[in-house]
Design a protein around this ligand. Structure first.
Ligand code: AMP
Length: 337
């Protein structure tokens, strides 16, 4: 099998606007590296079905984060992976030098069916394919990236990338029920070296062994991360901090949810992208705004199949939706005594 990396130079000339970031101002932005799955999905919803739907945790993450900061992607695909998607990612400014293409190999494939409520889903098939023998080796300058996100993929691969990083300012991570079930030991090692974990409510219960989410958060925050984001689909997301602080972000009430696939990864992309784009110390108020940026990107993602909505978005639309979220949660403090 032949291995090669996609050669895309996306390093901006000094002083010039970073061509890839889909915003105009670039002064403080840090590099955000993501490792995760790049996939071909087969999605079944109660109303529609799409085979050969491009997905993967790193794909959604990168498309969403590219609105906020320069993104570098580490992953692997086979020669069946559509060129259209590598072009879409490049057009969004994503640096693909870390995307390995295995000539003759088959891309990771996942098949899932959504239940009537569109919040719950069943995994029907997972084929790791090229991820089975993947050994990520970062291009030299990737190791200096200030922000790192270990998107959902085997914990052992997440750890290999974590270990190659020099001194990231902030490390985020996602995982899923499959890895909690079959790779708990590896997962514990990765968890120990990260700052922020983003998982959904079922995964939080499974990981902690606690049904109540507040208790689950307390247990998980002892495993390594100082902040925990629990994503709850149409019910929004919760941020738990070690000092006991909690923040709740709503989900935008939408009339039509087309395909929830990738909502969690798009949330993480908006969340981490905003933090990296700020380039400041990660403190409470910045994390809260990042939660809203995550909710904004997730709300767009579910409006179409695959990353269709994220591809066509403009930064003006992202800003408008951010403002809608601000309005959605805006209320005056009252003195009730
Ligand atoms: P989300 O809906 O945000 O949880 O992410 C959906 C994406 O996760 C899909 O596009 C899948 O390709 C990808 N995915 C599903 N199972 C796995 C897995 N075991 N490891 C990595 N990625 C996965």
């Amino acid at each position: 099998m032949l291995r090669f990396w996609l050669l895309a130079t996306t390093i901006p000339p000094p002083g010039l606007c970073y061509a890839g970031v889909r915003t105009m101002t670039t002064s403080q932005r840090s590099n955000l590296l993501v490792v995760g799955s790049v996939a071909i999905d087969w999605i079944i919803t109660p109303k529609a079905e799409r085979a050969e739907s491009v997905g993967g945790s790193a794909t959604y993450f990168a498309m969403a984060a590219s609105f906020f900061t320069p993104v570098r992607l580490v992953g692997v695909v086979g020669s069946d992976f559509p060129e259209q998607t590598t072009n879409d990612l490049r057009n969004a400014g994503v640096d693909l030098r870390g995307l390995e293409v295995i000539e003759g190999g088959k891309t990771f494939r996942w098949k899932g069916r959504y239940h009537d409520n569109m919040n719950d889903r069943t995994t029907l098939e997972t084929h790791l394919n090229v991820f089975e023998s993947f050994a990520p080796k970062l291009p030299a300058d990737y190791a200096d990236s200030e922000y790192l996100f270990l998107a959902n993929i085997q914990p052992s691969l997440q750890q290999q990338v974590r270990e190659q990083m020099k001194k990231p300012v902030l490390v985020g991570m996602d995982t899923m029920n499959l890895w909690i079930e079959i790779a708990r030991g590896d997962l514990a090692k990765v968890l120990n070296g990260i700052d922020v974990l983003t998982i959904n409510d079922e995964e939080a219960r499974q990981l902690s062994g606690k049904d109540n989410l507040v208790k689950a958060a307390q247990e998980i925050l002892k495993m390594g991360p100082h902040s925990l984001v629990i994503k709850r689909g149409e019910h929004g997301a919760l941020l738990f901090e070690r000092d006991g602080d909690i923040f709740a972000a709503p989900a935008l009430p939408l009339e039509d949810v087309v395909d929830p696939t990738g909502a969690g990864d798009s949330f993480a992309g908006g969340f981490m992208g905003y933090l990296a784009g700020q380039g400041t110390a990660v403190a409470g108020p910045v994390l809260r705004t990042a939660m809203i940026c995550g909710s904004v990107m997730a709300s767009f993602c579910v409006e179409g199949f695959s990353y269709d909505r994220l591809r066509e978005l403009t930064i003006d639309q992202v800003q408008d939706r951010f403002d809608r979220f601000a309005h959605l949660t805006d209320f005056s403090r009252a003195n009730l005594k």
